[in-house]
Design a protein around this ligand. Structure first.
Ligand SMILES: [Ca+2]
Ligand SMILES: [Ca+2]
Ligand SMILES: [Ca+2]
Length: 709
């Protein structure tokens, strides 16, 4: 994708250069556009930019070297997310590159932003570019892991629903997945059959251009993602002790964090957007993101921050997104992206059901109550990466989050019609409310005094209940009648799927005298359809190849030939049977096979020509640009002392502005100090130990250590 994008952007560059030859009328058009008086656009009111200079205030903290250094690279550039008042086009991309030598990393379409790197002394010029409304810091996100506690015993396997996640696909947006681990390598734990559990993998960290999901073999070079994947959907093999929440669900790995367990907003968002793009191809319905921000910069999070906006978009696009609350302990510590309004933010419970001492608490920066729910996250045994068969215990909201995502997989199997918001609401409504001081794990809070309160900043809506959530999802339209049963007659082949060729079908036997039999594919755009020809008393049902082709050709972006998942259910009165889920492989797509092949070969020929042409033009452009007097602006090392900055600034004008920024930020830092000072020694120590820092010393030492970080 990248080479193509590059060459296309080359093409656009030429178009843009041609545009310079004609008078520019765009600014006039813009002037006519009025923003509504009562509702200002978000970038004019966001907490991210309190001084309204169109630059995220955290950018200045980063430039000054606060909250850890390393924000500015050796070339004097800083990673930013550039927000536009429209969905940015390739022209915008080229404009950034040409006017201020911006290095574009990603251009998104789910949010109106471009990620990339800009020289620090071009920051103000960046805000002047047409359409640019805000420049955000490309912050960092990392795994949310607590100390590893050895634990042997029963795992968080949820009780008896009849559903094991078959057909559900959950994306694990993390450090990767070790798909060779016995608990994650296949669905049936039988090496004779080829039925991988991890059906797709995307790695924007190391191979961003390989986007189709099947080019890169899944891997994990850190271990966190593998552990999370196992909690969602591990089969528990070989010993079958530490079984995941939805052991028959399938997984998609999205590697957005590097081998050190951290990644940039920009890369994480590339992974999030890819997940949405592939939702129909791989039937992705839920995603688990156990990551959050370290350090003081991310605590200044705001609901408008790019990752939060991307998270909200994922929910709207049909993917139930679970995000770890974080392990920062204490009130007001849920930052980006757990603070996003629509996502399902998950707090962590100890094995006894009380809130874990490390679990981050709301409210968010905007005073919104978070988390949404709480799930077991302490001492969870799950696959240990690159061991083949080993398991290890970890604790953290990181462990709670994939557990909740696994529960969503069970709910989707029970009812594929529910939306991500249904998933969230059902989990919230069926959870058992806990007061802030439940089991004395925490201090009482004001909400504890409100009768019949339903959410607080410690437990969210409370302890998530698995059987109730699945039952509620199943009973959305029909009651569940286990007296009706469906079983598969057709034999699976070596890939553990039923192969269906033209003229064939998938055969089922029915018990319990259903009045109606219905079926559908797993695709979220599909709906239940009556099986035509079913009569009361029939003891068999067949889904034919023709029925499948007729249905699948109605779904855009879906290949008819290949792997699919279908559901079948029996109806009688107000009740339905449990859904029967079958993995199938459609062979041949007649009767429309000829047309499809003809069309796709034409499309292929055309795209080949376009690719060839744009490659040539792009190549020419690159040569042109290399030969032009392209001026490099090195960051000179003159030794003047500017604030506590990690870069030396050459532009006098810029430096004056910068100094003003830093002095106002120092005020902010003082308020951070005040916030730390209000914490108990215990709270401070838990933050320090989570960051692998020493916990020794008096309270003042602990506060100073955190401020120095
Ligand atoms: Ca600002
Ligand atoms: Ca296995
Ligand atoms: Ca197998």
């Amino acid at each position: 994708m990248l080479p193509l994008m590059r060459s296309l952007s080359g093409l656009f560059a030429i178009v843009v250069m041609c545009l310079f030859l004609v008078p520019i009328s765009a600014p006039l058009a813009m002037a006519g556009e009025e923003s509504s008086v009562d509702e200002l656009p978000w970038w004019e009111t966001t907490n991210m930019d309190k001084d309204r200079d169109q630059i995220h205030d955290a950018v200045w903290m980063a430039v000054a070297g606060m909250s850890g250094g390393d924000w500015v690279d050796d070339d004097g550039r800083i990673g930013v997310i550039v927000d536009f008042d429209h969905t940015p086009t390739e022209e915008d991309e080229v404009l950034l590159e040409n006017s201020i030598d911006f290095i574009v990393q990603w251009r998104y379409h789910l949010i109106d932003s471009i990620a990339g790197k800009v020289a620090v002394d071009h920051l103000f010029e960046l805000t002047e570019i047409e359409g640019v409304v805000l420049v955000e810091l490309d912050g960092r996100l990392e795994v949310q892991m607590e100390d590893v506690v050895p634990y042997h015993g029963v795992d968080t396997v949820w009780e008896e629903t009849g559903y094991t996640g078959t057909g559900s696909v959950v994306a694990i947006i993390d450090t990767g997945i070790d798909s060779d681990h016995a608990g994650l390598d296949d669905l049936d734990d039988n090496n004779e059959t080829d039925d991988p559990k991890v059906i797709a993998f995307y790695d924007p960290v190391n191979t961003p251009a390989l986007t189709n999901g099947t080019e890169v073999k899944a891997y994990d070079d850190q271990g966190h993602g593998t552990h999370c994947a196992g909690i969602t959907a591990g089969t528990g093999a070989p010993e079958m002790v530490h079984v995941g929440v939805a052991p028959q669900a399938q997984l998609v790995g999205v590697k957005v964090l590097d081998s050190g367990g951290s990644g940039s907003f920009a890369t994480v968002m590339a992974g999030m957007e890819w997940t949405v793009e592939k939702k129909h191809v791989f039937n992705i319905r839920a995603a688990s993101m156990s990551l959050g921000g370290p350090g003081a910069i991310e605590w200044t999070s705001s609901e408008e921050e790019s990752v939060n906006r991307m998270g909200n978009r994922m929910m709207a696009e049909g993917i139930a997104l679970f995000i770890a609350a974080g392990n920062s302990a204490g009130p007001g510590t849920i930052g980006t992206p757990g603070s996003a309004e629509d996502v399902i933010t998950v707090g962590s419970l100890d094995k006894n059901g009380a809130i874990a001492p490390y679990s981050s608490e709301g409210p968010t920066e905007e005073n919104r109550v978070k988390p949404n729910i709480a799930f077991i996250g302490s001492d969870v045994m799950a696959p240990d990466f690159n061991t083949g068969t080993g398991y290890t215990a970890k604790s953290g909201t990181s462990m709670a989050t994939p557990g909740a995502a696994g529960l969503a997989a069970l709910m989707y199997q029970a009812n594929p019609d529910i939306s991500p918001f249904d998933v969230r609401n059902i989990m919230q409504e069926t959870s058992i409310y806990r007061q802030c001081h439940y089991m004395l794990a925490n201090q009482p809070c004001a909400e504890d005094l409100i009768p019949k309160n339903r959410q607080n900043n410690v437990y969210g809506h409370g302890e998530t209940r698995s059987p109730e959530s699945v039952a509620e999802a199943a009973n959305y339209v029909y009651g569940l009648d286990m007296g009706m049963n469906i079983s598969l007659i057709s034999e699976p082949t070596l890939d553990n799927k039923i192969h269906v060729s033209p003229g064939e079908g998938i055969d089922y036997s029915l018990t319990g005298d259903p009045v109606e039999v219905q079926w559908r594919t797993w695709d979220m755009r599909d709906t239940w359809m009556d099986l035509v020809g079913h009569d009361l008393g029939d003891e068999e049902a067949t889904i034919t190849h023709t029925m499948l082709v007729d249905r699948l050709q109605e779904l855009p972006d879906v290949e008819i030939e290949g792997n699919h998942t279908i559901l079948l259910r029996s109806l009688r009165g107000p009740n339905a049977s449990a859904n029967m889920v079958t993995h199938i492989h459609v062979m041949g797509s007649e009767p429309i096979q000829d047309i499809v092949e003809e069309t796709s070969s034409t499309v292929f020929a055309l795209s080949a020509i376009i690719v060839l042409m744009s490659t040539i033009i792009g190549g020419l452009l690159i040569i042109l640009m290399r030969n032009s007097n392209y001026e490099e602006i090195p960051f000179e090392d003159d030794n003047e002392d500017v604030a506590p900055t990690s870069v030396t600034l050459t532009d006098i004008d810029f430096k004056a502005k910068f100094d003003t920024k830093i002095s106002s930020l120092s005020e902010n830092l003082k308020s951070t100090e005040a916030a730390y000072s209000k914490m108990t020694v215990q709270e401070l120590k838990s933050i320090l130990s989570e960051r692998n820092m020493s916990t020794s010393g008096r309270k003042a030492d602990l506060v100073q250590r955190l401020l120095d970080e």
